[in-house]
Ligand binder design. Structure first.
Ligand code: HEC
Ligand code: HEC
Ligand code: HEC
Ligand code: HEC
Ligand code: HEC
Ligand code: HEC
Ligand code: HEC
Ligand code: HEC
Length: 678
């Protein structure tokens, strides 16, 4: 049971006083003069899609905004959200929903351009049916925000009525968000202790749920529980992280910190951040020179005893921003227009890698007029830069589907010195490969002690046919972590109907947990589409179709649901009905290769070869390096009689991806048919 921070504060005055100054304390609050930062004195924000107005009437904070019907409506602010560098406002839109308004208060000082209303997606008109509109699912507090900005949240979505009855123990990140429910301790502190947070691992486990990119799979996390029993964290996926592991999308700190040598050595968040004020324990470079100094640090005997806070190391003018450790070792990304967040992987700047991966590098965040080669040369002139190979180059190649990346991926996955999140990512990238070296790495990965590694290996295991997958992954149906059990169940689901009933008890149990997680997220198009896939795997076509319709009711532009429903129509003899779905998929994401390819193949089935070629060409243009899109386009060209062009497409793809077997085979057979020597 939760007691609330006010009760804890009666005995722990120091911690409570520090906490009240923290941003955790301001994560969510009732609107009052002391919590509202924005200008509600009849202020207005003019955007391309209309005017948003802010009023204060009889102590009520009111917002006039464009509602779901496209006309202005007045809402009363339910809560403030965050404080610095920006504050958002939650507005009730009915059925228990709170939505985060896209017009936010820039709370930076006026001298820095702040103290103004701004839009989180400026410059474009956002229609009420747009996925970015403030009333859309992406801005829904109940699912998207609540469990990180409050304590003890229960989402309370009811599928049958499509309403939320969301509850929480405390509106904001209270004491018990980190210490766990504490009413028993508060009643008898000498007898009942709180969950210990006294080791790097237990502390990190307490911060991870809110400081990571993850999806919730089961509610009720407390700091004594295993993170992986309640959350499925993202690996270093394209779109979230650059190939070299640097932050790209909003991923918070956990996934970065797991990559760092500091984490491996036992450094933890509270070495730098006071847990209660959430401020740095020391200002500027001093937070780093706690350990990185000529005196070293007793806890970390392996540290080099060196003066880093000197031009000898940083080769810039002391005291300037260019001489700040964080400028080179924690480069920042800006989110929400004004919110700079620093990369917590604490890596050494690698402009030489950026040249290979296209990722940004710390040096050029200031020296933007210079090339990566310039920066790399400046470093090579000052330091010994003989280093072991970095996983970034391999991941960049694997993301582009390079056939020859397989052996190096296996080497990364098997290297004991690589962080678990990196090894897991390497394994997850093996799904598209088939050779022996990666198979060995996958088999080992499926038995690794780290849950993250096993999750990555499961993702890579989709390359195996079902019977082999069953043999190699079924032991994970009873893994200690729910996230792993669920993922194993999801990937083995197609076997449920074919195996003898006596062997499926564990699979059934894992699928039950998987279904519960889908139920928890039933308000999301993602979960409905996943539910549809599960129904298909179990041969329940009618229920699959209903789930896909529900997904599209929630988000009419959700690409996987559009494509899967089109596929289901084809499989059930209703191919003609798929066209509007495919057209909407292309409208939703014009450069999505899958959507263009799907419609191209649909056109082929309708016998419209010209239209098909147009779509398949568009797919290929979007990603000419992808073997699959070059392959499909080349086959279509060939069947349209354009064998020369087909060969050119294949030759270009082979230049990107030397030796890719399917490309080689197709090219030789087309060449042979065209009477050319392969
Ligand atoms: C009635 C007074 C009282 C209240 C209320 C109280 N504590 Fe404590 N707390 C104590 C005392 C006394 C100790 C030291 C116990 C000892 O060392 O024997 C303590 C210790 C702790 C510790 C150190 C670790 C441990 O468990 O020994 C933490 C963390 C803590 N309390 C958190 C909380 C939180 C969170 C709340 C609110 C849910 C809370 N306390 C409410 C009196 C209280
Ligand atoms: C229940 C979710 C939750 C937990 C648990 C949590 N945090 Fe946070 N943390 C947040 C949110 C939300 C914010 C942003 C609050 C805001 O800006 O108002 C935040 C902000 C921060 C900040 C930035 C403060 C600033 O001044 O900008 C730090 C540092 C931080 N957290 C560290 C930690 C550490 C360390 C732990 C674990 C010991 C932890 N947090 C646990 C949700 C959480
Ligand atoms: C996974 C947990 C998580 C979720 C989900 C989440 N936040 Fe946050 N939020 C944080 C953390 C942690 C911070 C502090 C900055 C950081 O860690 O990078 C933060 C900061 C903020 C801030 C303050 C700016 C700042 O950096 O201090 C605002 C405003 C905010 N979040 C709004 C939202 C809204 C609106 C949603 C839902 C659409 C949301 N957040 C969802 C964890 C979360
Ligand atoms: C963001 C997570 C977080 C929040 C919120 C938080 N604590 Fe803590 N607390 C910790 C961590 C981590 C430690 C142990 C590490 C340390 O020594 O700082 C700790 C330690 C403590 C201790 C042991 C003595 C000490 O200061 O080290 C007490 C008592 C305590 N907290 C009480 C509270 C109370 C009361 C609140 C709310 C007013 C609170 N904490 C809020 C993370 C948190
Ligand atoms: C609590 C001690 C501690 C603090 C504080 C600390 N570090 Fe470290 N740092 C370490 C340890 C330990 C290692 C690992 C070195 C080893 O393997 O012996 C390390 C390694 C590093 C590395 C090498 C990374 C690599 O991949 O080779 C960099 C860069 C680094 N730290 C930067 C920083 C920066 C920047 C700060 C301040 C924001 C900082 N550190 C604060 C303890 C600390
Ligand atoms: C202008 C950029 C820059 C600044 C500022 C900077 N560093 Fe570095 N740092 C580098 C580069 C480049 C390397 C890589 C050197 C190499 O390859 O050996 C490096 C390497 C490191 C390493 C790992 C190698 C080793 O010697 O252990 C640590 C630790 C480190 N820096 C700590 C710090 C600390 C602490 C500060 C602040 C006092 C700081 N750095 C400021 C550029 C910078
Ligand atoms: C070696 C020191 C160090 C460690 C360890 C560390 N941080 Fe930070 N953190 C920083 C510094 C420095 C900043 C930048 C502060 C600033 O710009 O004012 C920062 C910023 C943040 C912020 C503000 C938003 C952002 O990303 O810039 C949050 C939230 C945060 N840290 C959370 C965490 C959490 C959670 C952990 C543990 C997983 C952690 N930090 C570990 C040094 C550290
Ligand atoms: C925070 C901004 C910033 C970062 C990050 C930064 N620099 Fe600089 N750099 C400057 C500024 C400003 C100067 C000129 C004044 C001085 O020396 O501090 C400069 C000067 C230089 C010079 C000498 C003058 C010249 O242009 O030839 C070199 C070389 C250099 N930087 C290389 C690097 C490299 C390599 C990195 C990455 C490891 C880096 N810088 C990171 C801001 C930065």
């Amino acid at each position: 049971m939760y007691a609330g921070s006010a009760v804890c504060g009666t005995c722990h005055a120091d911690q409570a006083a520090a906490w009240r100054t923290s941003h955790h304390h301001a994560a969510m609050a009732d609107p009052r003069p002391d919590t509202v930062a924005g200008d509600f004195a009849d202020a207005a924000y003019d955007g391309p899609d209309g005017t948003t107005r802010f009023h204060l009437r009889n102590d009520r904070y009111l917002v006039e905004a464009i509602g779901p019907a496209g006309s202005p409506e007045t809402y009363e602010v339910a809560h403030t959200f965050g404080i610095e560098p920006l504050q958002q406002y939650l507005l009730p839109t009915g059925d228990g929903r709170l939505q985060a308004l896209g017009v936010a208060w820039d709370n930076r000082p006026a001298t820095a351009g702040g103290q103004r209303w701004m839009h989180l997606h400026p410059g474009t008109a956002i229609a009420p049916d747009d996925v970015l509109h403030w009333t859309a699912p992406a801005n829904n507090w109940n699912h998207m925000c609540a469990d990180c900005h409050a304590t003890g949240v229960r989402k309370g979505y009811e599928t049958s009525t499509r309403r939320f009855a969301t509850t929480y123990a405390e509106a904001t990140v209270g004491c018990e968000a980190c210490h766990g429910p504490g009413s028993a301790h508060a009643a008898a502190p000498a007898r009942v202790r709180t969950t210990p947070l006294d080791s790097p691992a237990t502390e990190l486990n307490a911060c991870a749920p809110c400081h990571s990119r993850r999806s919730a799979i089961a509610e009720g996390f407390t700091p004594g529980a295993n993170f992986l029993d309640h959350y499925l964290p993202a690996l270093l996926e394209a779109g979230l992280y650059h190939a070299d592991g640097q932050i790209q999308d909003e991923v918070f700190e956990y996934g970065s910190f797991l990559q760092s040598r500091m984490h491996a050595a036992g450094v933890t968040c509270s070495d730098c951040h006071d847990a209660h004020s959430a401020r740095l324990v020391l200002d500027g470079n001093a937070v780093c020179t706690q350990c990185h100094a000529p005196a070293g640090q007793a806890r970390f005997p392996t540290l080099l005893r060196k003066d880093y806070d000197s031009p000898e190391h940083h080769f810039h003018r002391p005291g300037t921003e260019a001489a700040a450790c964080v400028s080179c070792h924690m480069p920042a990304q800006t989110y929400m227009q004004v919110d700079d967040r620093r990369d917590h992987a604490f890596r050494v700047p690698r402009p030489d890698l950026s040249a290979m991966t296209g990722a940004p590098d710390a040096c050029r965040s200031c020296h933007s007029d210079q090339t990566p080669d310039w920066a790399a040369a400046a470093i090579a002139g000052r330091f010994d830069t003989t280093r072991p190979a970095h996983f970034g180059a391999v991941f960049a190649a694997a993301r582009r589907g390079r056939y020859d990346a397989e052996f190096e991926l296996a080497a990364v996955a098997r290297a004991p010195t690589q962080p678990a999140i990196v090894r897991g990512t390497a394994l997850s990238l093996m799904a598209g490969y088939t050779r022996g070296a990666s198979a060995t790495a996958l088999r080992e990965g499926l038995r690794d002690p780290s849950g993250l590694v096993r999750l990555g290996a499961l993702a890579g295991s989709t390359r195996w046919p079902h019977d082999e997958r069953w043999r190699l992954t079924r032991h994970l149906l009873t893994a200690p972590e729910r996230a792993v059990r669920m993922e194993a169940g999801r990937l083995l689901a197609p076997l449920m109907t074919t195996l003898p009933a006596s062997t499926t008890a564990e699979l059934a149990a894992a699928l039950a947990e998987y279904r519960q997680s889908l139920e928890l997220n039933a308000d999301r198009a993602e979960a409905q589409a996943a539910r549809a896939t599960l129904h298909m795997d179990l041969g329940e076509t009618g229920m699959a179709e209903a789930a896909l319709h529900e997904a599209l009711r929630i988000n009419p532009y959700y690409l996987p649901a559009l494509l899967n429903l089109a596929d289901l129509y084809r499989a059930s003899g209703r191919d003609a009905a798929a066209e509007p779905l495919l057209a909407r998929a292309i409208e939703a994401v014009p450069d999505a290769v899958e959507a263009r390819t799907a419609r191209g193949l649909w056109q082929v089935r309708q016998g419209r070869l010209d239209a098909a070629l147009a779509d398949l060409q568009a797919a290929w243009r979007t990603a000419p390096w992808l073997a699959s899109s070059a392959y499909v386009y080349a086959i279509a060209l060939h069947s349209a009689g354009a064998s020369e062009e087909a060969l050119q497409v294949l030759a270009a793809a082979l230049e990107e991806n030397p030796g890719e077997p399917r490309l080689v085979q197709t090219a030789s057979s087309i060449a042979r048919e065209a009477g050319r020597t392969p």
